[in-house]
Design a binder for this molecule. Structure first.
Ligand SMILES: Nc1nc2c(ncn2[C@@H]2O[C@H](COP(=O)(O)OP(=O)(O)OP(=O)(O)O)[C@@H](O)[C@H]2O)c(=O)[nH]1
Length: 344
């Protein structure tokens, strides 16, 4: 390994030290400590263990949810046609083991079947909330066990909700607003304009603008691509401006010039799915699978699950502070809890 001059410092620098930065002696390392290999250990372990990612697709019947999933993962995930003769929304959960080069991905796709087919709007969004909470609850119960087994635990918490908006060109429907309002504190939402090939380019821009205004005026929080990491800040902040993504799904290949491309053939030409001038499919795929997968998982754990866990523990009666507003230990919290349940 090459010897590099390093600035040796064992303490956190004070202001004075920083001022005297020019005077710090640079020493040449004779050997190497080896900790520069730490990232490789993480990479190797992650590749060996494989990755997992859970996607929830919410959208009215026939908006192209399954086709988009197939297009995203370039595989035929769809198994059999869903029946739509249900009085309630059903959730179809399918888990796939995918492999690209050496990387294994355990992908779970949860699809809403019959969403929007009900007269009663509550019947459309309640099963979605129920599912999201049930996955948090399963993880919470595992956490509470004395003997936990997170190594082989299948974490089914949803990392992202792709919300398919009907390409009306007008505005969001009442059901869209109602559902989004009820799930935005439980899951990361990425809104998509479905079947974007059915609206003109100009109309899409106006529609995107209207949707974003409606989301803001209704106080709905959608997932923002993070801009605090300088390696991805620029691309992520540009992508935030493109939301909601206008997507087109298609597995068929058509001939354009001398190349075969995935696209939809129309009498007036071909809409190419993987052409950024035609739709936002590439943007969605890059943001979801190349740039922000880990951030989506992290947000799920640190924000959405954390909120659920706090609510659950408070409901049971646990507290972090005593009656005098001072921090208390777990043991004290437990005795406060016992005392209050005795009094009841
Ligand atoms: N024009 C156009 N048609 C699409 C697009 N995506 C899918 N379709 C077509 O729309 C129809 C329904 O697509 P699906 O992917 O089955 O829709 P879905 O939302 O999964 O349907 P359900 O699971 O039954 O709710 C099929 O005929 C697709 O070929 C698209 O982006 N544009």
């Amino acid at each position: 390994m090459a010897e590099k001059p390093v600035c040796m410092s064992t303490q956190t620098p004070s202001d004075e030290d920083i001022q005297r930065e020019d005077n710090i002696r640079c020493l040449s390392m004779l050997g190497h400590f080896g900790f520069e290999c730490l990232p490789h250990q993480l990479v190797n372990r992650s590749v060996q263990q494989g990755f997992s990612f859970n996607i929830l697709c919410v959208g009215e019947t026939g908006l192209g949810k399954s086709t988009l999933m197939d297009t995203l993962f370039n595989t035929n995930l769809k198994e059999k046609k869903s029946s739509h003769f249900h009085s309630n929304v059903e959730l179809k959960i399918q888990t796939y083991e995918l492999k690209e080069n050496n990387v294994q991905l355990k992908l779970t796709v949860v699809n809403t079947v019959g969403y929007g087919d009900q007269m009663n709007k509550e019947a459309s969004y309640q099963p979605i909330i129920g599912y999201l909470d049930a996955q948090f609850e399963a993880y919470f119960q595992e956490e509470l066990k004395i003997k936990r087994s997170f190594v082989d635990y299948h974490d089914s918490r949803i990392h992202v909700c792709l919300y398919f908006i009907s390409p009306t060109g007008h505005s969001l429907k009442a059901l869209d607003l109602l559902t989004l309002k009820n799930i935005d504190n439980k899951v990361n939402i990425i809104p998509l304009i479905a079947k974007a090939d059915t609206i003109s380019k100009n109309d899409i821009q106006t529609f995107k603008y209207k949707i974003m205004n409606e989301l803001i005026s209704n106080g709905i929080q959608i997932y923002q691509f993070p801009t605090d990491d300088k390696t991805t800040a620029q691309v992520n902040s540009a992508m935030n401006e493109h939301l909601p993504f206008a997507v087109v799904g298609c597995m068929e290949e058509v001939k354009v010039g001398k190349r075969m491309v995935r696209g939809r053939q129309y009498p007036w030409g071909v809409l190419q799915v993987e052409n950024e001038n035609h739709c936002d499919f590439i943007k969605l795929r890059d943001m979801l699978l190349c740039t922000n997968t880990e951030n989506l998982k992290e947000q799920t754990h640190t924000q959405h699950y954390e909120r659920y866990r706090r609510f659950k523990l408070q409901k049971i009666g646990f507290t972090d502070v005593g009656p005098d507003n001072q921090p208390v230990s777990f043991r004290t919290s437990l005795s406060i809890l016992k005392e209050s349940s005795k009094r009841r």
